[in-house]
Design a protein around this ligand. Structure first.
Ligand code: PGA
Length: 254
């Protein structure tokens, strides 16, 4: 079956109004390329200006609170993201799981809140270096996905069209290290089977992205792996000159 291909940039804590020209350059080039959906998940402070700068191009958040509103100092809910012009959000990035102690249950609640509100979701999972060395990475990440996936009404409404999963080995993020294509393929096949177990045939429609040190130089090789439906790109998404060749590689593989 043909799944949608998605290449999303994760700008993390980078980007101010001075970087809107990069957003424009990425959006303009991406909108001319067929076969792949491109999105940028920018800092919350930049969402509104980025969305206004590139109408119709998907601008996303990097996190969301699971509650509709309330006494949550510093947090941002789905209605606020919609109001700012976001159409998607990352949930469960390892940097948030680690630094903000987000567990699988809170990641699930965030993904459900986002999908219920109509946002698209990129749900991240991935193993640590020690977990990879232990030989149990597939088992551990599969269990993480099982416990983080949205259920109930959110899944009924959002899974086929608005959920994507990103496999991001923590040891590969920002390090220049990348798993072998064999290891990526093994993990993506395992995650695909967990999606089938959770959602039946709808699980076949959920794109599984790879993330962690994706660059122009390794993108084509990664996109050639079975069950890799795109990428979540950190450092190499900040500049159009670095990001667009990755998008082109995804378009060529689509
Ligand atoms: P990186 O980050 O591409 O800089 O390794 C990926 C991510 O954390 O999403």
């Amino acid at each position: 079956m043909t799944r949608r291909k998605l290449v999303a940039g994760n700008w993390k804590m980078h980007g101010t109004a001075a970087d809107l020209d990069e957003v424009r350059a990425i959006a303009e080039a991406a909108q001319r390329m067929g076969g792949v959906i491109v999105a940028l998940c920018v800092p919350a402070t930049l969402i509104h200006r980025a969305a206004e700068a590139v109408p119709g191009f998907p601008i996303g958040a990097q996190d969301i609170h699971s509650a509709e509103k309330g006494a949550h100092t510093g947090d941002i809910c789905a209605a606020m993201l919609h109001d700012a012009g976001a159409s998607l959000t990352i949930v469960g990035h390892s940097e948030r799981r680690d630094a903000h102690r987000e567990d699988d249950a809170s990641v699930r609640a965030k993904s459900e809140a986002a999908l219920c509100s109509g946002l698209q979701v990129i749900l991240c999972v991935g193993e640590s270096d020690a977990e990879r060395v232990s030989g149990k990475a597939v088992e551990i990440v599969s269990a993480q996905l099982d416990a983080s996936l949205p259920h109930g009404a959110a899944a009924d409404r959002g899974v086929p069209d608005r959920l994507a999963v990103a496999y991001e080995p923590i040891w590969a993020i920002g390090t220049g290290k990348v798993p072998s294509t064999q290891d990526i393929g093994e993990m993506h096949a395992a995650l695909r089977s967990r999606l089938h177990a959770a959602y039946g045939s709808a699980g076949a429609s959920v794109p599984i992205l790879y993330g962690g040190s994706v660059k122009a130089t390794n993108a084509a090789e990664i996109f050639a792996v079975a069950d890799v439906d795109g990428a979540l790109v950190g450092g190499a998404s900040l500049k159009a000159a670095d990001f667009l060749p990755i998008v082109e590689a995804a378009a060529a593989a689509a």
